[in-house]
Design a protein around this ligand. Structure first.
Ligand code: TXE
Length: 488
């Protein structure tokens, strides 16, 4: 297994029609390693002509791939999953360098989950069935679930291969072909996946990966006439741009967008478990997971005890070299994102917030001195409806607020335009069911966080998105149902 090293002169390439090729116009974008703040590779600055080439390849590959027996599609995708596992260290290193996340996180979460995504849908498709409806002795109805054609899959930079594969796996398993675009901020593992696709024997044109800017390549995929399905994960603002183009074209859309998730801690919780998990749900991946609990509500009876214990634990988190085993947080993904997060810390203080710990950039030494590091930050004394508590920050920043009654905390939790995930900490089962039923979210974790069964529906309500991924929901999305009614 080759070690992962890239020099600036290493240019990654697009994966089109089974080959790794240069962008047609020959332009490239610099790719930065956020832990060191230096350019470490070049990626294609592709444009609509590259998307057109990829879409043509995908369209030509569709008839054969969609008619390939599902058992054969399954075997190829399982081979790909095996190759991802077999290249764990190399892919994890690439992910850590590209995103700034701790290598340990990439090794234990990102890359294993990418393999799991392919395995899950490679096997799920073998059990995916449809219905028949008998009309006594009059007629029999059966539902066909057919692959649709070329699917556009566009993914973000926070969990690069994890979310990239979460779309591609069900699309391919269902018999579609794909034109995919990873984030230009973290393209590396998608590029390495291209090499593994060739090794796995994925037929040419079935998967095509076009690197480049969202406004050029993402937009070209969104507006292409021959791509009837768009699966997008990213910010709510971008989701609005996509829906404004794809909506009038009547494309089938799955949008997984932002979150501003409440973490509700009642005074009858298991204090130590709630405390330990809240550190993780606040700052995992530098807080760059749309499922992070960025608004912490603690019932007044334990507010001060919890707040002080939480601050003490967070003060002891180590922000450091992502490749160092003892780093709890690595670098945030880019200079631009670091500045965005710092601007929200500034806003919070303007809105009356009190920074209990963190609130600043962490200056490193040696070759990390230009890296983008932020201290994990806890802010209290903010109104539940101020901008800091309503807008997605998407960094290592949480707010903490006391509440008295269940009614009050449900009102505050539901007060944002988002509705993706929520966590509830209580040992009272009746309260758990009652609160879970009333929270506006697509996912509610009770006494846990980020515990994932891939069969469950995944996604949010309100500005957190449209549609669901996961389980058979994703196979329903990537197929079209057809009702055939036969007179008896
Ligand atoms: O999103 P962007 P980011 C959310 C997370 C945060 C954001 C972070 O909460 O808000 O995503 O990811 C491409 N037409 N989620 O900043 O900028 C762009 O190149 C077509 C929610 O990367 O929206 C990139 O590949 N494409 C999620 C992708 O869109 C365009 C989990 C996302 O970029 C485009 C993860 C355009 N006009 C993050 N502009 C969940 N709910 O599960 C950009 N892109």
């Amino acid at each position: 297994m080759k070690n992962f090293t890239f020099t600036v002169m290493d240019k990654i390439r697009n994966y089109i029609n089974g080959e790794l090729i240069e962008p047609l116009a020959g332009h490239y974008i610099e790719n930065v390693d956020p832990s060191r703040g230096v350019v470490y590779s070049l990626i294609p600055d592709s444009d609509a002509s590259d998307v057109a080439l990829a879409t043509k390849a995908a369209k030509e590959a569709f008839p054969s791939w969609s008619k390939t027996p599902k058992e054969k599609r399954s075997r190829i995708l399982q081979k790909l999953a095996f190759l991802i596992e077999d290249n764990l260290d190399r892919l994890a290193m690439a992910e850590s360098i590209d995103n700034g996340k701790p290598l340990r996180l990439a090794k234990t979460v990102d890359i294993p989950r990418a393999a799991a995504n392919f395995n899950f849908y490679a096997t799920g498709i073998l059990h995916y069935a449809s219905q028949s409806h008998a009309m006594e002795d009059v007629a029999i109805n059966y539902t066909l679930r057919e692959p649709i054609g070329v699917c556009g899959c566009i993914s973000p930079w926070n969990l690069p291969l994890y979310l990239f594969s979460w779309k591609i796996a069900p699309a391919l398993a269902a018999g579609n072909t794909v034109v995919a675009k990873p984030s230009e901020v973290t393209p590396m593992t998608a590029y390495l996946l291209s090499e593994l696709c060739i090794e796995a024997g994925l037929p040419k044109g079935v998967l095509n990966i076009v690197h480049g800017l969202g406004q050029k390549v993402g937009a070209a995929i969104t507006e292409h006439q021959d791509i009837p399905v768009i699966s997008f994960t990213g910010g709510t603002v971008t989701g609005k741009q996509i829906i404004s183009v794809a909506g009038p074209m009547f494309k089938k859309l799955s949008l997984e967008l932002g979150g501003k998730n409440p973490n509700i801690i009642f005074d009858d919780c298991d204090f130590e478990k709630a405390l330990k998990t809240t550190v993780h749900s606040s700052f995992a991946n530098q807080g760059q997971i749309c499922l992070c609990g960025s608004r912490i509500f603690v019932q007044r009876g334990i507010y001060e005890k919890f707040r002080d214990a939480f601050v003490e634990k967070v003060k002891n988190l180590k922000v450091g070299d992502p490749r160092s085993e003892d780093s709890n947080l690595g670098a945030v993904v880019s200079k631009q994102h670091m500045e965005k997060v710092l601007s929200y810390i500034e806003l919070a203080q303007q809105e009356g917030g009190k920074v209990l710990t963190g609130g600043h950039r962490v200056m490193m030494e040696g070759d990390l001195e230009s890296g983008y590091y932020l201290a994990p930050t806890i802010i209290e004394n903010l109104a539940y409806d101020c901008r800091t508590n309503q807008e997605e920050i998407f960094g290592p920043v949480v707010t903490i607020m006391p509440f008295d009654t269940t009614e009050e905390v449900i009102m505050m939790a539901n007060s944002t335009t988002y509705g993706l995930a929520s966590t509830v900490w209580t040992e009272n089962l009746t309260k758990a069911h009652n609160v879970a039923a009333r929270i506006h979210a697509g996912i509610v974790w009770v006494n846990c966080w980020l515990l994932r069964d891939l069969r469950t529906p995944f996604g949010g309500v309100k500005n957190s998105g449209v549609g669901r991924e996961g389980g058979f929901e994703a196979l329903d999305f990537f197929t079209e149902p057809k009702n055939v009614c036969i007179k008896l």
